[in-house]
Ligand binder design. Sequence first.
Ligand SMILES: *Cc1c(COP(=O)(O)O)cnc(C)c1O
Ligand code: SF4
Length: 396
Amino acid sequence: MITSSVRYSEGVSESINPAIVLEKIQEVVAEFRAKQRPENIEEWEWQLRNSISTPQQLEQKLGMKAADFVQLAKIYAIRVSPYYLGLIQKVNDPIWLQSIPNLIEMQDPEGIVDSLAEDEMSPVPGITHRYPDRVLFLIQSQCAMYCRFCTRKRLVGDPMKTIKDEQIRLGIDYIRQHPEVRDVILSGGDPFMLRDDRIDWILHDLRAIPHVEIIRLDSRMPCTLPQRITQQLCDVIKKHHPVYVLTHFNHPSEITPEAKRACELMVDNGIPVMDQTVLLKGVNDDPMTMRKLMQDLLKMRVRPYYLYQADLTKGTEHFRTKVEVGLRIIKEGLRGHTSGLAVPHFVIDCPGGGGKVPLLPEYVLDFNDKAVVMRNFEGKIFEYPQIDPNYYKIQY
Ligand SMILES: *Cc1c(COP(=O)(O)O)cnc(C)c1O
Ligand code: SF4
C-alpha cells in the first residue's frame, strides 16, 4: 500500500504552531485580497511584490521564527506569493510542502548540488547540450516561487547568478553555429519572469535561425502565478510558432479557476501546453492523487508529458520516493485505468548527466522468437504470436 501520509516533523521547527500559522496565512490572504492594487501595475507583478521571500517575512506574516531560517535563506531562495499561499489548507499539506522552507533541507549530506551535471555539459554558460539535436537554454534565474524540491536549487533566485543579456546573446550564437540543433528548450529559473519584450527578443532571434525547428518554453507560472499568462504574452509567443509551453503541476489542488484560465488562454491562442510533474513524497505519491491530477490537466487541455522520479539534488532528499512508487502509479493508477492521454512517461533523469530513461512496469513476461507474452492492466495474461519466419521469404 502506498501512503501519502508520510509527514516529517524533524524539519518543521518547534517554533511553528500549526494552528497559529494557518490563521496567519488566512490573514495574509484576506489582507491581500482586500488591498487595492495600483492601476498601473499588473496583477502578477503585484503578487510578486507581495510575496514572502525573507526570514523576517516568514516571521511577520506567518508567525514562524525568523532566526531559524536565516542560514537556510543564505543557501536556498524563498518565495511564495499570496496566490499560492492561499491554496494551503493545513500545515504540511501538498501545497505547504512545495512552497514553505523546511529546516530539513539543510540536512542532506548525500545530495549532489548539480546532480544532472548540467554545468559540466555546458559548452557556453546557460546552454546544456546533452542530446544530439536539442539544447537546454537557461535564460532566467528567477522564479515566481522557489519550489523546495527544485533540481536547480543551486542557481535559482541567487542574485549572483542573474543571467545577463550578454550571456543570452552568446547562447543564441552557439545555437546559430550548431546546425544540428533543431529544438531549443528555454528554461531557468522561469522564462516567464522576463518581460514580454525580452521574451519577444529571444524568440525572434531564435526563430531567425533556419535550423531551429521548434522552441519550447518551460514555465511553472501557469501553476504558481497564473496571472502572468496574459493575452499580450500569448500574442508575443504565437508570433514565433511553433512554440510549445511545458508547464509544471504537481497536485490537483493547484488546478484552480485561475490556472485553468491561464492554460486555456494559451491553448486558445494555438500554443500547445504540456505538463511535467515531479513525483514527490507527501505531495503526489499515490495512484489516486496522480490520476486525479492527470485527468484534471486534460480537462484544461494540458497534455501530461513527463512524470519525473525526484533527482538527487542536495537539499531535496526528503521528497524522494522509492522508484517502485512511480511504477505502481503507472500500473495501478494510470495505464489502462484511464485515458491514454492522461499517462505521462515515467522517467529517471540519470545522475551524472545520462539523460532521461523511461521506466515501465513489468508488462512483458516473456519475449522470444515465437511469441510475446504480456500482462494487461487487469493482470490477465495474453500472447502475441511472432510472424512465422517463412513469411519473410514470400516475394511481393
Ligand atoms: C530534458 C532535457 C531535454 C529535452 O528532452 P526531451 O526528452 O526531448 O523532452 C534536452 N536537454 C536536456 C539537458 C534535458 O534535461
Ligand atoms: S519554478 Fe521550476 S525552476 Fe523555479 S524553483 Fe520551481 S521547480 Fe525550480
